[in-house]
Design a protein around this ligand. Structure first.
Ligand code: IMP
Ligand code: MG
Length: 171
C-alpha cells in the first residue's frame, strides 16, 4: 500500500529552496549537473529549470548489485557521463542517500577527473541508515526510515511516474 509522504507542492517548495541555495553559492559560475539515473531524472529536470547559471547536464547510471530494498556494497558504472569535467563546478544530483555507498563510489570516481569543485544535491536523505560517512551539500528532505516511491523513484522499476512521493507500507 502507498501512503502519501510529500505532495507535489511540498516537493516544488523544496526544489525551489535548493535551487536558490545553489544560485546563491555559485554566483554566476558555470555548473555541470550530473543526474544519477534513473531515480533523479524528474528531480534534475525540475531543479535545473529553476537555476539560471550557465549550465550543462550529463547523465550517469550506476547499478548496485541486488534488486531488493538495500544496496549491496558493490557499485558499478553502467553508463558513464559523456563530457569531461576537469576544471568544472560539478553538482551530483541524486534522489536518495541511504547507506551512502552509491554516492561515495560516484563521488570518488568523479573526483579522480579533477573537477574544480564537486558537491552533492540529494532530494531525500535517510541519515540514520548510513554505513559510510557522506553528507549531502544540498538536501531536500530528511527521512528517518521507510521505503519511498514516486517523483522518479522506483520500487522494482514501478511508480516512477507518480508526481508525489509515497512511502510503501507493508510488503
Ligand atoms: P545507497 O547506496 O544505500 O545510499 O543507496 C542509494 C540508492 O538506493 C538510491 O539512489 C536509490 O536508487 C536507492 N534507494 C534507497 N532508498 C530507496 C527508497 O526508499 N526507495 C527507492 N530507492 C531507494
Ligand atoms: Mg538511485
Amino acid at each position: 500500500m502507498l501512503k502519501k509522504l510529500f505532495s507535489r507542492e511540498e516537493i516544488d517548495k523544496a526544489v525551489k529552496r535548493l535551487a536558490s541555495q545553489i544560485e546563491t553559492d555559485y554566483d554566476d559560475e558555470k555548473i555541470v549537473f550530473i543526474c544519477l539515473l534513473k531515480g533523479s531524472f524528474m528531480f534534475t529536470s525540475d531543479l535545473i529549470r529553476k537555476i539560471h547559471n550557465p549550465s550543462r547536464v550529463d547523465f550517469l547510471r550506476v547499478s548496485s548489485y541486488g534488486s531488493g530494498k538495500d544496496t549491496k556494497g558493490k557499485v558499478t558504472i553502467t553508463k558513464d557521463i559523456e563530457e569531461g569535467i576537469e576544471g568544472e563546478n560539478v553538482i551530483i544530483v541524486e534522489d536518495i542517500i541511504d547507506s551512502g555507498l552509491t554516492l561515495t563510489r560516484v563521488r570518488d570516481m568523479l573526483q579522480d577527473r579533477k573537477p574544480k569543485s564537486l558537491k552533492i544535491c540529494a532530494l531525500l536523505d535517510k541519515r540514520t541508515r548510513r554505513k559510510i560517512e557522506i553528507e549531502g551539500d544540498y538536501v531536500g528532505f530528511t527521512l528517518e526510515d521507510g521505503f519511498v516511491v514516486g517523483y522518479g523513484i522506483d520500487f522494482a522499476e514501478m511508480y516512477r511516474n507518480l508526481p508525489d512521493i509515497f512511502v510503501v507500507v507493508g510488503d
